[in-house]
Each structure stands twice: as C-alpha cells, then as structure tokens.
Design a protein around this ligand. Structure first.
Ligand code: NAD
Length: 369
C-alpha cells in the first residue's frame, strides 16, 4: 500500500475507501503539501461549497473534518483525501491542537454555535474563518475577537460577496465617482423556510430573516456607501401564522441613515421568494445587481455618464457554477495567515453588523442580547 499514487488514492476516495486505506506514502505526501490546511466544522450546505472550492484553490486544502455524523464525515474525508485520524466529533475536536496539518478552521455551524467553536478553535491554536452572521450577540462577537487576539490567531468572517469580482466592481464604480453623489440604496433578500429548520428557532438562529438573509443587503449597504449607518427605523410582520414564526420574525424592513445623507432601505423575508438584489442611485447614474447574493449567475448593470460626459452602460453576468468568491475568500485568508496580515473582513466587520442588527431589532421593538 505504500506505493499508492495520488491518482489511485483519488480512485479509492471515489469508492469511499481512502480514509481507511491511508498509506504511509500518502500521509507523507500530505505532510509535504505546502497548501494551508483547513478543518471544516459542520458538514452542511455551505460547507459543501467551501469543500468544493478547495479543489480550485492553489493555496488551501482540507485536512480535517468535524461532524456529529461520523459515517458522512468519513465519506467526505475519503472524497477529499483527509485521513481518518483527522475526522473529529464535536466533543473531541479539541484534540486538533496536536494536528500540525490543520492550521485553520472553517466554522460552518448554525449561528448560535459560532462563538463556542471559534473559542475552542482559537484555544487549539487554529486560525478561524467563521460564517456569517458572526454570532448571535454583540457580547459573543467581542468574546470571539478577544479569544483570537489572546491566542494570536487570525479571525475572518466569511462575507463571500466582498470577495466576488462583480461586487468589487460595483464598489469601484462608486468610489471612482461614476454615479456621482450617492443618495439612495435599496436591497432585499428572502426565501421561505420549512418547518423543522434550525434557522427559525431563536436558540440556533438567534433571530429570524434579518440575521440570516437581511445581513446581505445590510453588509452590502455598508460597503457600497463606504460608511457606517447611524440611525435605524424598522418594522416586522408575520403573515404565515402556521407556527413557524412563533420565535423569530418572518418579514423585516428597515431604513438606515448614513452620515453623508445616504438612505438605505432594506427588506428580508423567510416567507417570500425574493431573489437578493441591491440598487444604488446617485446624482450621475445608478448601479443594480440582481441577483446579487447567489453563488453564481450574478448580474451587474450600471448606467452613468463618464468623465467625458458620454453615457456608459455596463451589463455583466458571472458564469454559472462559478466558485470564484469561495476560492478568493479562502485564498485571501490563507495569505493573511502566511503574511501576518489583517483580513479584509475581520471579526470587527462581523461585530459591526451585529451592532447594527441589534439596533434594527430594537427599532422594531425586539430585544436581542
Ligand atoms: P446546514 O443546516 O446546511 O448545516 C449546518 C451543519 O451544522 C450541519 O452539518 C449540521 O449537522 C450541523 N449541526 C451541528 N449541530 C447542529 C444543531 N444543533 N442543529 C442543526 N445543525 C447542527 O446550514 P448551512 O446553510 O450550511 O448554514 C451554516 C452556517 O453558514 C450558518 O451560520 C449560515 O448563516 C451560514 N451560511 C452562509 C452562507 C454564505 O453564503 N456565506 C450561505 C448559507 C449559510
């Protein structure tokens, strides 16, 4: 077995046998692999996108898995060449501290579990890439930032849109002054949630559609405006009285005022099919992205007068099955780890959104921690 080649190992992986058959030669090859190793904590839907994106990354790979379902984890381990010894349960994942092949973790658990697993990962000496929303309270966000600082590990929040070329192009168009003085931003995101989904429980979701989906137009409004909102007015409503929304809001709409005078109006819903979008209108033109928060097929349109007074039109769509923002996100975090740099979306970025969401909820008469 010592002579198993990488191709043969991949074939074993397809048969679900690689984790059991991890030969010494492959283990050595793993150790020699210069790519930064990530352990994925929680193997649900978003973790699958992250895992698949590692195939396109030249800097990062998967070297560990943490799951409550060992059979599923072993199947995924086989697919990605992760040794069985690096498949952990939630209970024993602290053993990860002794695994030198794991430099970082990707926390892809329900919202209320982000803080605990970030703290435990930091204690194990691992850098943390954590999904949005960062946590379910301001205090948790602050504790996560403090724990990562104390452990001297990096913390980044996985705001994938901030690594997407079309979102970055929209920001650049605004910063270059193409649409003039910004006046108004609009944004929304919604999708129905089924009975039994953890997202509609206060305990795991922390809040309702705002925490999960509204955070997209909230975060987008901030990076498009390039400043922090200072005033909030919000309303919530529940139209589906079928028991799903006894704990968290179904619909929420809110307006934010930014210091420059920009007004942003955003909505999220757990009841309505509402493809995510944003629109930005300025004194010289407008930018629209719709859909804006999908994994692929996003479309950016803009219309404005350029510096010569000529009108310009932009209409660009990202390719289908395009994992680019996931790859760029992990490559960026890996670069920050290697070069000791602060990530573009550090813990403080997640904390800001949490503070704003707290203020939005407060305006709607809802108190979160
Ligand atoms: P999911 O339900 O598909 O996966 C959650 C994972 O956590 C599963 O593997 C599940 O087994 C595990 N888990 C452990 N304890 C659990 C518990 N008590 N209850 C339920 N699941 C438990 O969820 P998801 O869509 O992958 O979301 C995970 C995180 O990623 C959330 O914080 C979500 O907001 C975020 N997310 C981000 C994006 C993005 O585009 N950045 C997209 C979707 C989800």
């Amino acid at each position: 077995m010592d002579n198993v080649t990488r191709r043969e190992f991949t074939k074993l992986g397809a048969l679900g046998l690689a984790a059991q058959a991890m030969p010494a030669a492959v283990a050595q090859a793993q150790q020699a692999d210069a790519r930064t190793g990530y352990a994925v904590i929680g193997l649900g839907r978003i973790a699958d996108h992250f895992l698949r994106a590692t195939r396109d990354s030249k800097t990062s790979r998967v070297t560990g898995l943490v799951s409550g379902h060992r059979d599923k984890a072993l199947r995924i381990a086989a697919e990605y060449g992760v040794p069985e010894s690096a498949v952990y349960s939630y209970e024993d994942m602290d053993r990860m501290k002794d695994n030198q092949q794991i430099q970082a973790v990707y926390v892809a658990l329900p919202n209320s579990m982000h803080a605990e697993y970030t703290l435990r990962s930091a204690k194990a000496g691992k850098h943390v890439l954590c999904e949005k929303p960062m946590a379910i309270s301001v205090a948790e966000c602050e504790a996560m930032i403090g724990a990562c600082k104390a452990a001297n590990v990096k913390l980044m929040i996985a705001y994938r849109c901030q690594y997407d070329p079309l979102h970055l192009k929209a920001i650049q168009l605004i910063r270059d002054g193409n649409i003039g003085t910004l006046n108004v931003i609009q944004g929304a995101f919604g999708g129905p949630q089924p009975v039994g989904e953890w997202r509609i429980t206060k305990k795991l979701g922390g809040g309702g559609s705002l925490m999960d989906l509204g955070i997209y137009p909230l975060n987008a409004s901030r990076y498009l405006a390039g400043e922090e909102p200072v005033e909030f007015k919000a309303f919530t409503s529940t139209n589906d009285h079928d028991g799903r929304f006894n704990e968290v809001e179904e619909n929420i709409t809110w307006t934010m005022r930014f210091p420059s005078g920009v007004l942003a109006n955003c909505t999220s819903s757990y009841g309505a099919h509402m493809p995510g979008y944003f629109k930005v209108a300025g004194s010289k033109g407008w930018i629209e992205m719709a859909p804006a928060y999908n994994y692929d097929g996003m479309r950016l349109r803009a219309s404005y007068r350029n510096a010569d007074g000529h009108s310009e039109e932009i209409d660009e769509t990202s390719p289908d099955k395009d994992p680019i923002e996931f790859v760029r996100q992990m490559d960026h975090f890996t670069t920050c780890i290697r070069q000791n740099q602060t990530p573009h979306t550090p813990g403080e970025e997640g904390l800001r959104d949490m503070e704003h969401m707290k203020a939005i909820y407060k305006s709607a008469g809802i108190d979160i921690l």
